[in-house]
Write a protein of this length. Structure first.
Length: 400
C-alpha cells in the first residue's frame, strides 16, 4: 500500500535464462530524446511510461544464467544493445543489433516486457532503460560494465548524448586532420560533436546556433568560428561557403530539424563534402535537390555515434579517466530526482545539459517511507482534454 504521495509501483526482476536482475540507478542525465518522447512521440509510443535513458548505476542482483555481471559492478544502461551474435553485431559497418528494444526480435526490455507495474497494471519501459527511477531492470546485452573508479555522476552522460555527438564526428563523418567542420546546434550533442571534430584534428570548427549565449561554451570544446544565422540576410549555406572557399568538408546536424538538415548538407563543399544527420525526428520528411548529391556530397546518418555500445562505452569511460574527452564541462545544473520536471523545463529552454541525481534523501516528502524500495517518475496524462496532458511526471512510490 502507499501513502498519499504516490501509488504502489514495482520494478520486478524477471527469472529465466540470461536475465539480469535489478540495477540501482545512481545518476541520470536529461536528454532531448526524453523531451521528444514527451512532446512529440508519446502519442504513438504510449503511456504511462518511465522515461530516462542516460544513466549510470550499480548492479544489485543478477538472474540465472548471467555470467558477465555480478552485484556491485558499476554499469551504464544502453539503449542500443550489442548481442555479439546477430548479423549486425558481427558486421563492423554498423552498431545496430537485431535484438534491440525497438525490433520485433527484442531480447532487451521493450515496453511489452516492462518489469514496472502499478497496482497490477503495466507501466511501460522507455528505450529499454527507464533511468528516471531508483531501480530498473535490464538484459545483459544492453549493459556496459565500466571502470570501478569512474564517477557515476559524470560518466552517466556517456549513455547517450556525448557518445552520440562525439562519435558522429569521429566514427561516422570520419573527420580528418586539417579539415573544416560545421556543427549545427549547440546542445549537449552538438557540443560533443565539436569536441569530436577537435579530437580528430579539424583545423576550423564552425559552431552554428541561433542562440549566441552558447558560443562561449562551444569555444571550451574546440570551436574556432561562430555563426548565428539570424545575423545574416542570406542562407547559412551561402554564409559558410563564403567563409570557407566553397563550403565545409564536414557538417553535423545536431538539432533534429529537417530544414536545418538541408542547410547542413548544402553547406558542404561539392566533390567530397560529408553531412551527418544526428538530430532526431521521425515526424517530418527531409528533402533536397538531387544535384546536391550528384555533385559529390554525401549524406549520412548516425545513431549513438556509430559506437558498438558494449565495446564503445567502456572505451569512452577510459578516455574520460585519461582526460582525453571532457564530461564535467557539459554539466550546468545538479538537480535531484524530485526536481525532474524542473530539469525538463531547463532543457526545453536551451539551458544545455541538465544533470539529475536519484538519491532517496532528495525524494519528495510524500514519497519517503521506511519500507520504500523504489520511486519512479512516470509520464502520464493529467487530463485527457488538456493540451499539457503529457507535460509532467508524477512520482510513484513502491513499498515492500
Amino acid at each position: 500500500r502507499c501513502n498519499s504521495g504516490g501509488e504502489g509501483l514495482r520494478a520486478a526482476p524477471r527469472t529465466g535464462r540470461r536475465r539480469p536482475g535489478r540495477g540501482k540507478i545512481v545518476a541520470t542525465g536529461v536528454c532531448h530524446t526524453d523531451l521528444y518522447h514527451l512532446f512529440e512521440g508519446m502519442h504513438k509510443d504510449g503511456f504511462p511510461s518511465v522515461l530516462g535513458h542516460e544513466g549510470a548505476g550499480i548492479v544489485e542482483s543478477v538472474g540465472p544464467g548471467v555470467t558477465e555481471f555480478q552485484p556491485g559492478d558499476k554499469v551504464i544502461p544502453l539503449f542500443i544493445s550489442q548481442c555479439r551474435e546477430c548479423r549486425f553485431c558481427k558486421n563492423p559497418k554498423t552498431n545496430q543489433c537485431e535484438k534491440g528494444w525497438a525490433s520485433g526480435r527484442h531480447a532487451m526490455m521493450a515496453s511489452a516486457d516492462s518489469r514496472f507495474t502499478c497496482k497490477g497494471k503495466k507501466v511501460l519501459q522507455f528505450m529499454g532503460t527507464s533511468t528516471f527511477s531508483q531501480y530498473t531492470v535490464m538484459n545483459q546485452i544492453a549493459i556496459a560494465k565500466i571502470d570501478p573508479t569512474a564517477p557515476l555522476d559524470k560518466v552517466c552522460l556517456l549513455g547517450c548524448g556525448i557518445c552520440t555527438g562525439f562519435g558522429a564526428a569521429v566514427n561516422t563523418a570520419k573527420v580528418e586532420p586539417g579539415s573544416t567542420c560545421a556543427v549545427f546546434g549547440l546542445g549537449a550533442v552538438g557540443l560533443a560533436a565539436v569536441m569530436g571534430c577537435k579530437s580528430a584534428g579539424a583545423k576550423r570548427i564552425f559552431a552554428v546556433d541561433i542562440n549566441p549565449d552558447k558560443f562561449e561554451k562551444a569555444k571550451v570544446f574546440g570551436a574556432t568560428d561562430f555563426v548565428n544565422p539570424k545575423d545574416h540576410d542570406k542562407p547559412i549555406s551561402q554564409v559558410l561557403a563564403e567563409m570557407t572557399n566553397g563550403g565545409v568538408d564536414y557538417s553535423l546536424e545536431c538539432v533534429g530539424n529537417v530544414t536545418v538538415m538541408r542547410s547542413a548538407l548544402e553547406s558542404c563543399v561539392k566533390g567530397w563534402g560529408v553531412s551527418v544527420l544526428v538530430g532526431w525526428t521521425d515526424l517530418y520528411d527531409v528533402a533536397t535537390r538531387p544535384i546536391q548529391l550528384i555533385a559529390g556530397r554525401t549524406w549520412k546518418g548516425s545513431l549513438f555515434g556509430g559506437f558498438k555500445s558494449k565495446d564503445g562505452v567502456p572505451q569512452m569511460v577510459k578516455a574520460y579517466l585519461d582526460k582525453k574527452v571532457k564530461l564535467d564541462e557539459f554539466i550546468t545544473h545538479n538537480m535531484t530526482l524530485g526536481q525532474v520536471n524542473d530539469a525538463i523545463e531547463l532543457m526545453k529552454h536551451g539551458k544545455w545539459c541538465v544533470h539529475t541525481f536519484s538519491t532517496i534523501d532528495d525524494l519528495p516528502a510524500s514519497c519517503k517511507h521506511e519500507q520504500l524500495t523504489s520511486v519512479c517518475f512516470v509520464f502520464r496524462p493529467q487530463h485527457s482534454d488538456s493540451p499539457e496532458c503529457f507535460s509532467t511526471m508524477t512520482p510513484l512510490c513502491c513499498f515492500q
